[in-house]
Design a protein. Structure first.
Ligand SMILES: *Cc1c(COP(=O)(O)O)cnc(C)c1O
Length: 366
């Protein structure tokens, strides 16, 4: 069999998304014989020692990166972030209580829609009237101190906006959907009551959802809940109550180890901000040919959304960029235009290729 260098695309997909090449190479090297076991991690029992070590390493790495101590449990669940839209209120919204939500995009709308089916859930903020082009300014969110929790979406994957601060909810537990920016920048996760994130953007492959929950909130999970929906039961069993998505968790362990070795989240943030700046500078310097969707102080460092002068040009941009090896740039159907998702694993070289393509495309079209 001839050795062949993989031709890697410049991958700007919103999710599932790019995974660090070093991680994929490690998976490849360990695929047939994981550490002398004679099998892949995907073939071994989740009750055996080698898997248990992988599982606990993924948890320990996440705790290291997110500055978590023993007050929080890290859970691995199935069903994607969307399942958490329902599980959060099922577990931590008491029957007599109410919760507040900040609505800054498609995913927040999905979260509140599910919440409303399950209890008293209220909207504290909405950017819908301006097509979700911003998040609330720091200090402007007012959370009712009697709320059972306050829910927000730290990065709006589809609209390309991001909170560059952690909202102050006083004593009310902060709950955050961090699917598309977890591990992209330093975070003191100990401030949060609950964080959830589908792994497929910044932590690993699809198939596992990370849930980080403050242990005192586990007391709210009613025993009457179906077992697989119950955070307290999941925590009690270290997410090994049933068969976990073991191979996805293994890849999360490798990715988090890779991030730690690269200098942790401060190092990632530096690179991520520099990558985002290159694209925003290209947009701002285009004399109006490219127009960003998000207002300046809400711009996401993970998903850069922009429009061109016409839909026809946007379609041409998608087609020609794909032909040039730049993949996944078509915007979400609910917003249109273009979107470059530049998560941790998207290298600077891919961003440079995009910026060069943007310049050339404008020259040819404009
Ligand atoms: C992708 C995404 C989701 C949906 O995740 P699934 O794992 O597909 O359910 C939810 N919230 C945010 C912020 C996302 O980026």
């Amino acid at each position: 069999m001839a050795m062949r260098m993989a031709r890697r695309a410049h991958n700007f997909s919103a999710g599932p998304a790019a995974i660090p090449l070093e991680v994929l190479e490690k998976v490849q090297a360990e695929l047939l014989d994981y550490k002398g076991t004679g099998m892949s991690v995907m073939e071994m029992s989740h009750r055996d020692k080698p898997y248990e070590a992988v599982h606990n390493e993924a948890i320990a790495n996440l705790k290291t990166l997110l500055q978590l101590g023993d007050d929080h449990a890290v859970l691995f669940m199935g069903g994607g972030a969307r399942t958490q839209f329902a599980l959060v209120p099922m577990n931590i919204l008491p029957r007599q209580g109410f919760a507040e939500y900040a609505i800054t995009g498609v995913w927040a709308e999905g979260a509140i829609k599910e919440g409303k089916k399950l209890g008293d859930v209220r909207e504290t903020f909405s950017s819908a009237a301006s097509k979700h082009n911003h998040v609330p300014k720091q200090g402007t969110l007012v959370v009712d101190p009697k709320a059972a929790y306050f829910h927000y979406t730290s990065n709006n994957t589809i609209y390309g906006t991001q909170y560059h601060y952690v909202p102050d909810s006083g004593q009310v537990p902060l709950v955050c959907d961090m699917s598309s920016d977890i591990l992209s920048t330093p975070l003191d996760a100990s401030k949060f009551g609950l964080i959830y994130a589908g792994a497929q953007k910044n932590i690993g492959p699809s198939g596992v959802t990370v849930v980080i929950v403050r242990k005192d909130l586990l007391a709210r999970s009613d025993k009457a809940l179906p077992e697989m929906f119950n955070y307290a039961l999941m925590a009690e069993h270290n997410s090994l109550f049933n068969t976990p998505p073991s191979f996805a968790i293994y890849m999360c362990a490798l990715t988090t180890k890779y991030l730690i070795d690269k200098g942790g989240l401060a190092a990632m943030a530096k690179v991520n901000e520099a990558k985002a700046k290159k694209i925003y500078d290209a947009i701002d310097g285009s004399g109006g040919f490219y127009r960003g969707h998000a207002v300046a102080d809400s711009r996401s460092f993970m998903n850069v959304t922009f429009r061109l002068p016409s839909e026809e040009l946007e379609n041409r941009f998608v087609k020609e960029s794909a032909a040039a090896g730049l993949v996944g740039l078509k915007g979400h159907r609910s917003v249109g235009g273009l979107r470059a998702s530049i998560y941790n694993a998207v290298p600077v070289t891919a961003v440079d290729a995009l910026v060069a393509f943007m310049r050339d495309f404008q020259k040819a079209a404009g």
